[in-house]
Ligand binder design. Structure first.
Ligand code: 3HC
Length: 315
């Protein structure tokens, strides 16, 4: 079969909602964009543990500490799930780690912002995990089987993350004046970077058109961002918090909330490595990777010994 007919057959499967599996023929460009997106997603989960981990020893109660510990542990699991999904495309996990640790791999810009107060842990749950859910639920219907299946498990846990974040903020919203002020100050810092999580405007997105055609993406960046704004507006009212956007107002004609311009120069600055915490995050990641060397070596040695034992048993 010619490449053209293979591609036509591939697109027909995608259009008929037939999942593409690792052993199926796929265009190189499809494989490449999946490796790009899934590896960056996995890196985001791993780096995403750092801003939250910063508050585990300082959580205000045992209950809050338990919830935060569970959430950070979940993120590690999401990262491992996604690295496994990426490996089905023929890449080595070690290579992905190397790209992240040497700073040549992208991960979500949002994790390069500092967690300055306890309210930030609530804002991350409510806004960051809320945005992640908005973006990840459609990925459960992604055309690539392993990615779609990984997302089903991830989204179930993400909902808990969003709920525990919202509940932290709801508690603060009913607290002292200082706690209410801490809540508002935190939302002021996390609102706009959370909108940036959905990626550049559709007109500036070089990957979206292909991603939509191949049903990796089911909605565009702007569509998901708009859905997120519409949902958050109502939730912010329950928290008695003001979203820091004077242009945020209901547009009857559009049936959505209009919102102000996003500072894309800030976004690209952070993506390029000049965010408040980029170097701190990479340093922490490299330190953890180096300190974890013995664990990886022990796990590989154990797996090898187990393999030899099973071979001996089978012979
Ligand atoms: N941070 C860093 N880089 C970003 C970005 C962001 N928020 N948004 C877009 N970019 C990058 C893209 O990677 C792309 O660069 P590349 O071509 O070198 O990879 C460039 O900006 C142009 O963006 P596009 O819109 O064309 O790229 P995509 O089509 O890949 O769309 C995306 C971007 C919507 C983030 C898409 O990649 C996606 O859906 N990824 C999977 C979900 C994900 O990564 N979610 C966020 C982090 S996970 C998380 O928050 C979990 C929580 O539990 C901690």
């Amino acid at each position: 079969m010619t490449t053209a007919s293979l591609e036509a057959k591939f697109q027909e499967k995608v259009d008929q909602e037939v999942k593409i599996e690792p052993r199926d023929w796929m265009p190189d460009a499809y494989r490449k964009t999946l490796v790009r997106q899934i590896s960056q997603h996995a890196h985001s989960e791993i780096i995403g543990m750092l801003p939250e981990g910063n508050w585990i020893t300082r959580a205000p109660s045992l209950r809050r500490k338990l919830g935060l510990l569970a959430k950070v542990q979940d993120e590690a699991g999401h990262g491992l799930y996604l690295y496994s999904a990426c490996e089905t495309l023929g890449v080595e996990r070690e290579d992905l780690f190397e790209q992240l640790n040497e700073g040549t791999a992208k991960y979500s810009s949002i994790f390069n912002y500092p967690t300055l107060t306890w309210a930030d842990i609530g804002s991350i749950g409510w806004l960051v995990d809320g945005a992640a859910i908005m973006n990840q639920v459609p990925l459960c219907r992604c055309s690539y089987g392993p990615y779609a299946r990984a997302m089903v498990r991830v989204c179930k846990e993400e909902s808990f993350h969003q709920r525990q974040g919202f509940e932290i903020l709801l508690t603060l919203s009913k607290g002292t004046d200082e706690q209410k002020a801490m809540l508002q100050e935190s939302v002021n810092r996390w609102w706009w970077p959370s909108l940036m999580m959905f990626g550049p405007n559709d007109a500036e997105s070089p990957n979206s058109a292909k991603s939509m055609k191949w049903k990796i993406k089911r909605f565009t960046n702007d569509d998901l961002r708009q859905k997120f704004v519409d949902v958050c507006y109502e939730q912010a009212k329950l928290l008695n918090v003001t979203l820091p956007d004077p242009d945020l107002k209901w547009n009857e004609e559009r049936g959505h909330f209009d919102f102000g311009p996003i500072d894309w120069s800030e976004f690209w600055d952070v993506v390029k490595g000049n965010g408040p915490c980029n170097s701190q995050r990479l340093a922490a990641r490299n330190k953890a990777h180096a300190e974890g060397e013995w664990v990886r070596e022990a796990a590989i040695a154990f797996a090898e010994k187990n393999k030899q034992r099973n071979i001996a048993k089978a012979s």
